[in-house]
Design a protein around this ligand. Structure first.
Ligand code: PEP
Length: 253
């Protein structure tokens, strides 16, 4: 019912030379008949090159962030319509690294979500709790607050063209993955939270898991009924790891 998706967040890694090699390898690895969506998220400066390198469109390209403003005097920022203009399909909003290091709060993330949609991009909204919050049994209240901020600002309608990613902060870049049962529990909670507003939309919404997804754990995570693929950081920089993660998602369509 839901087409799985595997998204590769390259973070601040790569160069023209290494990106070219990685994309060429990925294109060679990815099977055209896999019934999944695949996207890579290189740093801004490499987006146009990535779009050109992936001309046939089998692998789509997205940005790791987007400005909340549509355009104007905002030095250093990049707007959704610019990203669309160079061929991007998606923009990640609310990644925990941006929430943490750049102090992005729920309101700003909700504005970025709307800006992405207004510019013709599909937002990939990241939500997730820290280790302290999990240990204090606040996981559900934290992810509910993060999702509710978007719904409060724009209604639930935006989720029709969005992707949600559950990324427990304690699992990102740490090698410590949520167990399939832990991921499933939060994914089901998120789907029901959105389902309380619009059950049909919630049933169609893709919810990706992110946090140390690797070739070795992807299959068991993607086997969970509410896990519709992965948002992959570190392992997306290896064509072979990423291919195996995509193959695991293709099995669970
Ligand atoms: C991420 O950056 O979204 C992520 C999940 O990273 P990693 O896979 O490296 O934990």
């Amino acid at each position: 019912m839901r087409r799985p998706m595997v998204a590769g967040n390259w973070k601040m890694h790569g160069s023209q030379a290494t990106n070219q090699a990685l994309l060429a390898e990925l294109e060679g690895h990815v099977r055209p008949d896999w019934p999944i969506d695949i996207a890579v998220f290189p740093p801004y400066v490499y987006l146009a090159d990535a779009v050109r390198a992936l001309e046939d469109g089998r692998i789509q390209v997205g940005a790791q962030d987007v400005c909340a403003e549509a355009g104007g005097a905002f030095t250093g920022q990049v707007g959704a319509s610019m990203l669309k203009d160079v061929g991007c399909s998606y923009a990640i909003v609310g990644h925990s690294e941006r929430r943490r290091w750049y102090h992005e709060d729920d309101t700003l993330v909700a504005r970025k979500f709307a800006a992405a949609l207004a510019g013709g991009l599909k937002p990939v909204l990241c939500v997730g709790e820290t280790l302290e919050e999990r240990e204090a049994r606040q996981t559900e209240s934290v992810v509910a607050r993060q999702v509710d901020a978007v719904i409060a600002m724009h209604g639930v309608g935006g989720f029709a063209d969005a992707v949600l990613a559950y990324e427990p902060v304690w699992a990102i870049g740490t090698g410590r993955t949520a167990s399939p049962a832990q991921a499933q529990e939060v994914h089901a909670f998120l789907r029901s939270r959105i389902g309380a507003h619009d059950a049909k939309m919630a049933a169609r919404l893709r919810i990706l898991y992110g946090g140390s997804v690797k070739a070795g754990n992807a299959a068991e995570l993607f086997a969970m009924p509410d896990v519709d693929g992965g948002l992959v950081g570190g392992a997306s920089l290896s064509a072979d790891e990423f291919r195996q993660i995509c193959a695991a998602a293709a099995v669970h369509h």
